[in-house]
Design a protein around this ligand. Structure first.
Ligand code: UT7
Length: 337
């Protein structure tokens, strides 16, 4: 049977360390508030004044993942790029990355599922691989948030959360009788909450995309109803975890490690408590990176592999995320060929 396995991972974090104290010098916030409400201690931003887009960070992560896989870019059958912070409005960064990889006709799919970008991307890779449409698929989740945040006190609820970063995963189709690779995925969307976390402009629904008429510059920055998203996460993350376990015919005891999306440590701690998950079976790194949106889960996966926290010959992982859209999703992945 054809299975979708992870051949390699890679991550790239830009060099500019931004502490909570650094943010406190830009806006009315404090290290204590940010740590207490979000768990975030620091994040990384792209170098000040440099022209760096999501495809550039994605390229660096891709080079590492391709190198670890022992693949040349030319071998890729498909590139899936997930971001909410594209280099330009269109075309998507998948096209830009493809060119930067020196490719001239490899197909690309740009997806915009925000915090669930990896889970949606993985399910697309899995569908292409299982159907025989592709064998080697590159997924990239990459965000440059820092150039699009309102760094005044007005935008502090959003600005303190996000960090820049990228991660890449090489997925490969293999023939095996073993139950390995992507075991089960579930994906959900509730568009009724679209405006609870959004970046409105530029907006095609508005005359001149709203830009010429934009009196309120805040509409050029992301806005979020934080407490609403928080409460939805507390309900949906446990729910979708149980749903994917049921789909896979597994229980939480079968899972060696859970990697949840990194939006707020308090959300993940509440999730852990609700699900009764021991500390050594859930991984968080939001403390170091903030919320890197489409990159969070593959970035964390790359770290846990590097640290030897999982056995890449047999560990079973559960990924779970919720974010703008509203989208929420989960998947179960088992290592081993
Ligand atoms: O990955 C995308 C999905 N996003 C999420 O999952 C985010 C979910 N939401 C959250 O993480 C939290 O709601 C936040 C971290 C955004 C906010 O935390 P909160 O505990 O929900 O705070 P709040 O919005 O209820 O605000 C509490 C107070 C307010 O002041 P008043 O009205 O009580 O005087 C805010 O103005 O904290 C104030 N505040 C801040 N103070 C210092 C909001 N942001 C900040 C800040 N520094 N950065």
């Amino acid at each position: 049977m054809k299975r979708t396995v992870i051949k390699s991972t890679g991550r790239y974090i830009p060099s500019r360390l931004v502490t909570n104290d650094d943010l406190a010098s830009m806006m009315d916030t404090s290290d204590a508030w940010i740590r207490e409400r979000t768990g975030i201690e620091q994040r990384y931003w792209i170098p000040e004044g440099e022209i760096v887009g999501a495809s550039d960070l994605g390229l660096e992560a891709t080079k590492i993942a391709l190198d670890k896989a022992g693949w040349k870019a030319e071998e890729l059958d498909l590139i899936i790029f997930a971001t909410l912070s594209p280099d330009i409005f269109f075309p998507g960064p998948g096209c830009l990355l493809q060119h930067k990889l020196g490719l001239s006709s490899t197909p690309t799919i740009d997806i915009r599922q925000q915090c669930t970008g990896f889970l949606y991307g993985q399910s697309i890779a899995d569908a292409y691989i299982r159907s025989g449409l592709a064998r080697k698929v590159l997924f990239v989740g990459s965000e440059v948030h820092s150039t699009g945040l309102d760094k005044s006190t007005r935008g502090r609820d959003v600005a303190v959360i996000f960090g820049d970063g990228a991660a890449a995963v090489c997925f490969e189709g293999v023939e095996t009788d073993k139950e390995t690779g992507v075991i089960a995925s579930v994906l959900h969307t509730a568009g009724e909450f679209a405006e609870s976390l959004m970046l409105e402009l530029p907006a095609s629904r508005l005359p001149e995309r709203g830009l010429l008429d934009c009196e309120d510059v805040a509409r050029l920055y992301p806005t979020m109803n934080g407490s609403k998203i928080f409460k939805l996460a507390l309900r949906r993350l446990p729910e979708v975890t149980l749903e994917v376990l049921e789909k896979a015919g597994m229980s939480l005891d079968d899972i060696d490690l859970i990697i949840p999306h990194q939006a707020n440590l308090r959300i993940n701690e509440a999730y852990q408590k609700t699900m009764n998950i021991p500390d050594n079976r859930i991984y968080n790194n939001i403390q170091k990176y903030g919320n890197t949106t489409a990159a969070t889960i593959p970035l964390a996966l790359d770290e846990v592999i590097e640290m030897g926290m999982i056995d890449t010959t047999k560990s079973t992982l559960l990924f779970v995320a919720l974010g703008a859209g509203l989208t929420w999703a989960a998947s179960i992945y088992r290592f081993g060929e």
